[in-house]
Design a protein around this ligand. Structure first.
Ligand SMILES: Nc1ncnc2c1ncn2[C@@H]1O[C@H](COP(=O)(O)OP(=O)(O)OP(=O)(O)O)[C@@H](O)[C@H]1O
Ligand SMILES: [Mg+2]
Length: 302
């Protein structure tokens, strides 16, 4: 890279408020705040601020997430992607130093208000983490544990009259979730084996199956494929594509090609906890409005 190019880059990043069309960042913000899609938003976030003690980790984030689609969150390390994701099912409540201000609505109902049942919320808004974290139990029990705890495996009188037992119900659920997570064919003959004996990619699909077992509406994924090899990663990507037919998927990824491949819309967070641009994935990657986002996507910083 020539010295001249390098100098141009420096000048660009020194004009952080300029858009690719020479307007202000404020103008970009107005545009994505008005980002439109068909139907009502599944999640609507408004003026969300998160503090860890005195550290202001997320600043005034507003964003609407459409139903049954994949939304990618990208941005450099420490910009607040995981923090944002955890706000969507109130996981940050578990962090003692965290203070959250603003509004998050799920199907139009505020989740940050008194009286919200957090167990129910996290059932509707499930989460898959970066490192696969199956329970040290059998593959079968990993799937049936949640529904059993929530009392969802209960055949009811009619089913019992028809000769179906709780056991039948459970087996059907285990198979359905493992099939939906594209894992059934690999584990159907060893459901009683310990889940920790599976490969990393299989463990991650098991965690997705476990997440599906409690019948969620939204699935939050925090870098679900970052610890996996390319083949396991591509399986997870195919799976995410299928899941988005029935679920609203919000995924954090450091892999920009992955975000471009699998998501319908992309939100770019930049250092300082700001959401800088949000819109249809093709537009964000091919024709970003913010100069800073363009620099980030083309690898000039971040
Ligand atoms: N539990 C916590 N306690 C205190 N500070 C935290 C906590 N979690 C995150 N932070 C701080 O909040 C900011 C945002 O962190 P966050 O983990 O959300 O970033 P991220 O975008 O997910 O980064 P990465 O890409 O590295 O995972 C960082 O400055 C981080 O140090
Ligand atoms: Mg993170």
């Amino acid at each position: 890279m020539s010295e001249t190019t390098r100098q141009t880059e420096t000048t660009d990043t020194e004009r952080p408020t300029e858009t690719t069309a020479g307007e202000t960042d404020e103008r970009v913000r107005e545009e994505w705040r008005e980002y439109e899609f068909a139907g009502d938003p599944k999640l609507a976030v408004e003026d969300l601020d998160v503090y860890y003690g005195d550290d202001h980790a997320l600043k005034g984030v507003s964003m609407e997430i459409p139903e049954n689609s994949v939304t990618a969150l990208i941005g450099p390390s420490g910009c607040g992607k995981s923090t944002y994701l955890r706000c969507l099912n109130r996981m940050n409540d578990r962090v003692k130093s965290a203070r959250i201000e603003g509004s998050v609505k799920l199907d139009g109902r505020e989740i940050y208000q008194d009286g919200v049942n957090l167990v129910e919320l996290r059932k509707r808004v499930g989460m898959v983490f970066q490192s696969p974290n199956p329970f040290p139990k059998s593959i079968r029990e990993n799937i049936s544990y949640g529904p059993e705890k929530h009392g969802d495996i209960d055949t009811g009188l009619l089913a019992r009259l028809l000769g179906r037992s709780d056991e039948d119900e459970r087996e059907e659920l285990v198979e359905r979730c493992l099939r939906d997570a594209a894992l059934w064919d690999e584990v159907s003959d060893r459901l009683d084996d310990n889940a920790l004996g599976l490969s990393g990619g299989q463990q991650q699909r098991l965690c997705i199956a476990r997440c599906l077992s409690v019948d969620p509406e939204v699935i939050l994924m925090d870098e679900p494929a970052s610890a996996l090899d390319p083949i396991a990663t591509s399986k997870i990507e195919d799976l995410i594509d299928q899941l988005s037919e029935h679920y609203t998927v919000v995924i954090v990824t450091h892999n920009m090609q992955q975000a471009a491949r699998i998501s319908d819309q992309t939100a770019v967070f930049l250092t300082g906890g700001e959401l800088v641009e949000y819109g249809e994935t093709d537009q964000v990657f091919e024709d970003p409005r913010s100069r800073r986002v363009e620099d980030y996507i083309t690898g000039k910083f971040g």
